[in-house]
Ligand binder design. Sequence first.
Ligand code: FRU
Length: 510
Amino acid sequence: MNMTRQQKYRLIRQAEPGELRRLAELADSCAWRQTYHIQPHAGLLNDPNGFAYYGGEYHLFYQWFPLGTDHGMKYWYHVVSSDLAHWRDAGIGLEPGGPYDSHGAYSGSAIEKDGLLHLMYTGNTRDGEWIRHPYQCLAVMDANGSIVKRELPVIAEVPEGYTDHFRDPKVWRDGDSYLCVIGAQRADLTGAAVLYRSPDLVDWKFEGEISTSLPDFGYMWECPDYFELNGAGVLLLCPQGLEPDGERFRNVYQSGFLLGSPLNAATREFEHGEFVELDRGFDFYAPQTTEGPDGRRLLVGWMGLPDLEYPTDGKGWAHCLTLPRELSVRAGRLVQRPAAGLESLRGEERSFSAVLNDERRAFEGAEGNAYELRCTIEPSEASGGGVFGIEFRTGETERTVLTYVAGRRAVALDRSRSGAPVAPEYGTTRSCAVEGDNGRTIEFRLFVDVSSVEVFVGDGEEVFTARIFPDPASTGISFFADGGSAAFEASYWPYGGGAIPRGLPADIID
Ligand code: FRU
């Protein structure tokens, strides 16, 4: 963080000889590099972009500033997978620097048409007064992965009534035509999502705003997404400027969904319930979804937030993506499970089973910094006042603590002793109430990587995501029961290897 404007708005080819290589080497030597989460080889990653199943594989891009950990000149970097668990590098997806993206190829989405993957994104430019001008642009990728930008933007103007904060097109097919939702800020500085329609992805017509019951909900909505699932309509949005409200809205910016009836595209009416956060943890933003070949709705998020410093900033890299999640709507709720396919990351299983009564016990033989852990905790009937849970990444003084307060059916994640702090001014614990299935038992599925944890609660009822920056020696796992007794059943799988590539592709670095 803290580069000058000139340093931030450079292309790779304008860098000093060897500059990117040095940054990548610095990043590679960092003790907090992830092992199975998508992360930049150097520089800063933010939003997932262009997530699509195309040509028999999953394509995923991310916002990337290669030359530092500031939010500078944004590229799209491209990775590909056939199983959502193992990814390979496909190099630079979009290079900014053209007349309509001179200051960054900002977020956008992808859709297949006529056998080609169409990438629709926001080209960001700045004029002499540093005023921002957004253009919605199109690029086309063929089956060989070669990507060509269309010369002119497909939406060149911001419609009347909105500011220059107008970006992040998410496109989908609607019968014979295409719809696209764009994140916007109204002239009165409130956030909104607007709808466009096109017959061919090139000629777009402004339809108007999606009409929600949140006319004044933050000052900007970033990264909207809309899809239909199990007969419901779901609008994702990232409102900026919400005030904390009890356990809700504790992070610098929010990311959540409105679940309702399918959007009426003709009137743009969208009837929905309250805004619910997608993730109860600390580091989650700008998610994007796509539909898999089997009709499943998949979501990937940025495991980070804007405007905060992270402990790896001085090590040449920042942030990673979340694991893919699979969404469904169950009993009027949006449910998120780890995507099927992630089991292929597992090494050999070890299991643990015990009744703990006011005690703490280490999970002998299971420890590490990259693994999946599944644990069911069943408090005894008399243990309504007890607190039960798991401590992981434990060391001499460090621990990350996941607790379950049975009487209140409340789950909390505490990273106050997790190692190097991240934005402690926003608090070090996150919690929420859960419904669960039988009123007592709780199930946790944790994905721990070198500097992160994702906790799926129940059968995908809630998710807590957090970056953590412990000492490499803090590798312990233990289970505890305070003020009661509970039966613990756990399975542990060390990460089996091979999920993500190391080292920048040679053609980028040289
Ligand atoms: C969200 C966001 C988007 C924008 C992109 C720029 O994190 O601010 O609105 O397109 O990041 O990198």
